[in-house]
Design a protein around this ligand. Structure first.
Ligand SMILES: Cc1cc2nc3c(=O)[nH]c(=O)nc-3n(C[C@H](O)[C@H](O)[C@H](O)COP(=O)(O)O)c2cc1C
Length: 336
């Protein structure tokens, strides 16, 4: 089957390094992704090696140079993240980057284009941005802004939860598809508890989630922080199986790694490999793992003292106001 060609245009904003999110969404659906970056994206935000590994094609930042492969004809274009600068220059008819030149030509040819702006509220307060969006939409360009689309974040917040793009509905659906006929109930440590000032209570509820879950799935496509490490440690202590999603050549896994002067093949970072029941390539495979697990832990769980304090505290003070947890606990087969 001939693959369709998607140009992923990347501009100079924080999520420029989230190319993996887009590549994962079209993976296995007959698309070949070609990344085209603005000079600002390439210089300040993007490690060009990653998109090249993910897409299998070099990143284009300018016109074709001698010896460089030609870009195949685009069937569709996604601009993500799209900056204030690129959106406004595009509608003003400026074509001084390769991305802008391509956008002008491809829009003129009627190639389907979707734009995901990434701007803070200060950029968004400028009427010129809205004028640009209002120019693009009637010309057939899909601009995902406002409503169900992108909502501007506060200046200097870096987009707040921008890095949490990872757990999208699509990824949850993939876990569910893999787990079928089991029904997956997602417990999200990021769900707020009733009292946001009860910081310890949020931790207590996380630990309680780890205790009650049938499995913990860790999205290890990118580097994670101490919070995820703590949740993994708690899962091991509580006997909750840990499933790690680490695709080949992602944050914690390399086909070939240069390690202190020696080459290591099929490397998985030991800090995620050692605690994991399984390290899998994707979310559907993560969903398949619990199908082979017993319905309930075979041995009574011994809760260590440092976790006992948290799980008890969650039961006595936090749980009553946590609707998603309560819904989950009232399902058959769950042992609160
Ligand atoms: C750290 C940093 C973060 C930035 N974040 C954004 C952003 O979120 N959105 C945006 O429109 N511009 C942002 N900018 C400004 C753009 O990078 C700048 O306007 C640049 O000229 C964009 O060029 P491009 O549209 O060709 O990629 C940021 C700049 C820096 C240095």
């Amino acid at each position: 089957m001939t693959e369709r060609v998607l140009y992923l245009m990347v501009c100079g904003a924080g999520p420029a390094d989230h190319v993996r999110v887009a590549v994962d969404l079209v993976r296995g659906k007959g698309w070949s992704v070609h990344c085209v970056a603005t000079p600002a994206a390439a210089e300040h935000f993007l490690d060009l090696g990653e998109p090249e590994r993910l897409t299998g094609h070099p990143v284009r930042t300018g016109y074709q140079r001698q010896g460089q492969p030609a870009l195949p004809k685009a069937d569709a274009v996604v601009v993500a993240p799209a900056t204030y600068n690129t959106i406004n220059k595009w509608t003003a008819g400026i074509a001084d980057t390769y991305v802008l030149t391509q956008l002008a030509e491809l829009a003129g040819l009627g190639v389907p284009i979707a734009v995901l702006p990434f701007v803070n509220t200060a950029f968004a307060a400028n009427p010129v941005l809205h004028r640009s969006i209002d120019t693009l939409r009637p010309s057939g360009v899909e601009v995902l802004f406002g409503g169900e689309g992108f909502r501007p974040h506060a200046p200097r917040s870096g987009g707040g939860d921008g890095r949490k793009l990872c757990w999208t509905d699509a990824e949850r659906e993939q876990v569910q598809e893999g787990a079928h006929p089991l029904e997956v109930v997602f417990l999200n440590p990021d769900d707020p508890i009733t009292d946001p000032t009860n910081v310890l209570g949020q931790f207590d509820r996380d630990m309680y989630q780890v205790l009650t879950a049938s499995a913990v799935v860790v999205d290890a496509r990118e580097r994670r922080g101490s919070g995820v490490g703590g949740e993994m440690a708690a899962a091991i202590a509580l006997g909750t199986p840990v499933i790690v999603v680490a695709p080949r050549d992602s944050g914690y896994r390399r086909d070939r790694l240069d390690y202190r002067g020696a080459f290591v093949h099929d490397y998985v970072h030991p800090h995620v490999a050692a605690p994991a029941l399984a390290v899998v390539d994707g979310f559907a495979e993560a969903g398949e793992v619990p199908r082979a697990l017993p319905a309930a832990p075979g041995i009574p769980r011994v809760i260590p003292a440092w976790l006992r304090a948290s799980t008890d505290e969650c039961r006595s003070t936090v749980l009553a106001g946590d609707r998603p947890m309560l819904d989950a606990l009232h399902r058959p087969g769950v042992d609160p």
